[in-house]
Design a protein around this ligand. Sequence first.
Ligand SMILES: Nc1ncnc2c1ncn2[C@@H]1O[C@H](COP(=O)(O)OP(=O)(O)O)[C@@H](O)[C@H]1O
Ligand SMILES: [Mg+2]
Length: 271
Amino acid sequence: MPHENSLPGGFIAAPVRIGGTVRKPPVSAFVHGLLHHFEQHDWPGAPRYRGADDQGRDTFTFLRGDVPWQPEPTPYVRSPAALTATARLVRRFHDLTAGTALAADQEVVCHNDLSPKNTVYRDAEPVAFIDWDIAAPGRIHDVAHVCWQFLGLGPAVSDPAEAAALVAVIAQAYGGLDQAELVDTILWWQDRCGRGIDSGANAGEPAMIRLWEQGAVQSVRSAYEWTLRHRAVLAHATPWNLAHATPSNGDKIDVDPADDRSPGNAPNHAR
Ligand SMILES: Nc1ncnc2c1ncn2[C@@H]1O[C@H](COP(=O)(O)OP(=O)(O)O)[C@@H](O)[C@H]1O
Ligand SMILES: [Mg+2]
């Protein structure tokens, strides 16, 4: 009997590792098809699906690296370099699914739970996303979720202007996003998530009941209120601000000294 190791950081599924594989309760046929699609395109940013095991659990390849699953993620998660790589990784799988049957009537397939605890890092660089259980068609709300989760948008943020600059880094690295629309989508998504937990718990869904009991509705609402309060700052900052902000790992964005833009009149690079 192969040895099973439980994996830290799981919230719902309690997956286990067996050798080079991870076993989880079965996910949908849609997710199997999505992971096959990524494999067919040789995209290394997701685990491979390897079928069901003799206990009916789904089998995925184990991806080597670090998964920052603790509530307070490792500082490199919020470095401009890692955020840029994260946004590009998201854009890559969105592009891979754009216009496919998997995206149905939407633009692309969204992961729907992009956060540090579902990201594998190697040498402080994001290389893959795991936990594709709730992937579904969509687009911009996946990037909104990235901003919320990777930047921890909410009352714990001490410097909204720095957070705004990092939202701009994400919007710019993803490409082609209107930053004001992105911030409005964060608000819409936070509100929707709060309501979703409430109604799911009322409907008796075990995962939603657990979240509700942990006070998730209250913390999502505080995050929403914080984002609403700082909406104008978040919507109009550009990466220019990073020259004056101090991201958690001390990284700076290179700024051309001849470039005399100010936040008030700078063009919005994220558009
Ligand atoms: N394919 C994988 N490769 C490496 N680690 C994994 C993989 N799948 C899961 N893990 C580890 O197990 C933890 C929980 O897995 P996850 O699929 O996110 O479960 P849950 O649905 O409960 O959130 C992750 O945070 C990660 O540490
Ligand atoms: Mg997870």
